[in-house]
Ligand binder design. Structure first.
Ligand code: PHE
Length: 446
């Protein structure tokens, strides 16, 4: 791969674009709500610091050293290290994860388009009271035609960016829009704190109760750490392949992880301040954000405009993430089946669209269909990828970077200028991360 980011800043912006998305604003609050609040946040922060950051450095490093698609980079590096060529299957495993993530991501990205059009055409007319907001959301979900339209639009947006190569334009736009999202989210948080119950929100999110620390909460927190940092699927590997020769990786990743966590905390505080003030249920499931934020918009001056702006920026954040999922898939398929870019885009788009249709229908027509007697199709897709596929992918990446690869002097300086920084990373990647991931699985099985 010849392409390179123009600077370290360009890399940080792009990788933050991939990391910050629906995972932070939509998924984090509802996962926290369903998994004991503070206990989940506490575990999530520990997992980000001790497993997520080292694993992300590992994945980026593999991309930087292999400079190719995930499959080929792993093939090349394992040949150099005289290790089994089977490591290349990790690239396909990541591809499977990306297909599933992109499919359900597009459905929720579609929800944002739906809310944006609602705010655009009807303002806050249908959000007059908490009950009205809930009614609106239930009616929104109940209409399969609605959900399919928005899902289809989101998928077309994502794939056309990749098919027609207007990426650089989008990247330039996201350099303005990402800071915009931070700003709007910050205002939203301040406003929610002002009209809501921030003390209860802080108490819920930041004070862990030991009894809430369950095996399930731990696995959810681990999975979410991987999801939000986009680890374990090869998406970040591809971003690493475009790194300029001498970019310092370790410190760049710390900045990205910090921003990623910050957005999630902002969003959590905004949402739960409202939840507690209006006595809404904390475990609101995937609909939480959509049922809570309109309540805040209604009480704001120019709330409809603010709400519309929020959804526009959220859409862009979702878009930059979904592009980071689709791009590796498209190059993987182009490379393996010798296809043209547009054909590969169409195939990937069709596959993810079909899976997304199944996920959309599980909110209405197939509401009662349960997989393993428990999960709806949407939940099964979201949980399977987040809690199983990404952590297993991440586990393999850390094992590969920690045990298979050998580093030259100049290479380890890419991870950290300080020998201690490198040693710390190596220790985390070789021991702490693999053991942590395995323990989370084992406790859950027990
Ligand atoms: N990190 C993205 C988010 O939080 C989701 C994502 C997962 C992106 C996996 C790429 C790969 O929204």
């Amino acid at each position: 791969m010849r392409a390179r980011w123009s600077s370290r800043l360009a890399f940080i912006m792009a990788a933050t674009g991939a990391a910050v998305g629906l995972g932070n604003i939509w998924k984090f609050p509802y996962m926290a709500g369903e998994n004991g609040g503070g206990a989940f946040v506490f575990l999530y922060l520990i997992f980000v610091a001790l497993i997520g950051v080292p694993a992300l450095i590992a994945e980026i490093m593999i991309g930087r050293l292999g400079r190719d698609t995930p499959v080929k980079a792993l093939q090349k590096l394992s040949a150099q290290a005289k290790a089994s060529p089977k490591w290349r299957y990790l690239g396909w495993w990541g591809g499977l994860g990306l297909v599933l993530v992109l499919s359900f991501y597009s459905v929720i990205g579609g929800f944002s388009i739906g809310y944006l059009t609602e705010l655009g055409f009807h303002g806050l007319d249908h959000f007059g009271s908490v009950a009205a907001v809930h009614l609106f959301f239930d009616a929104f979900l109940a209409n399969p035609f609605n959900l399919l339209t928005w899902h289809t639009l989101f998928m077309i947006f994502t794939l056309s960016v990749i098919a027609f190569g207007v990426r650089s334009g989008l990247e330039r736009a996201s350099n303005i829009l990402m800071p915009g999202l931070f700003f709007i989210l910050f205002i939203l948080m301040i406003y929610s704190i002002y009209v809501g119950d921030p003390a209860a929100a802080i108490n819920f999110l930041l004070k862990p109760q030991l009894c809430d620390v369950t095996a399930a909460a731990a696995l959810n927190a681990l999975g979410h750490a991987f999801f939000t940092l986009a680890i374990g699927a090869g998406a970040m590997l591809v971003y690493g392949a475009y790194l300029p020769q001498q970019t310092r990786i370790g410190s760049s990743i710390c900045i990205i992880a910090f921003l990623d966590v910050l957005v999630a905390i902002f969003s959590g505080l905004a949402i739960f301040s409202i939840v507690f003030a209006y006595e809404l249920p904390v475990a609101g499931g995937p609909g939480l954000m959509f049922k809570v934020l309109p309540v805040a918009f209604v009480h704001m001056p120019s709330g409809a405009l603010f709400g519309a702006l929020f959804f526009i920026l959220l859409l862009f954040a979702a878009w930059t993430s979904s592009i980071s999922m689709a791009e590796p898939l498209v190059v993987l398929v182009m490379d393996r089946f010798c296809l043209k870019r547009k054909v590969a885009c169409a195939l990937i788009g069709l596959l993810c669209w079909i899976l997304g249709v199944l996920a959309s229908l599980s909110f209405n027509v197939w509401k009662d269909v349960r997989i393993f007697g428990h999960f709806s199709v949407f939940d099964a897709m979201a949980d399977l990828t987040t809690n199983i596929i990404l952590p297993i992918g991440g586990l393999c990446f850390v094992l590969f970077a920690g045990w298979v690869l050998k580093y030259t002097d100049t290479e380890y300086r890419l991870i950290s200028h300080h020998p201690l920084g490198y040693e710390l990373w190596r220790f985390l990647v070789r021991f702490i991360a693999p053991v942590g991931i395995l323990l989370s699985f084992v406790f859950n099985l027990l």
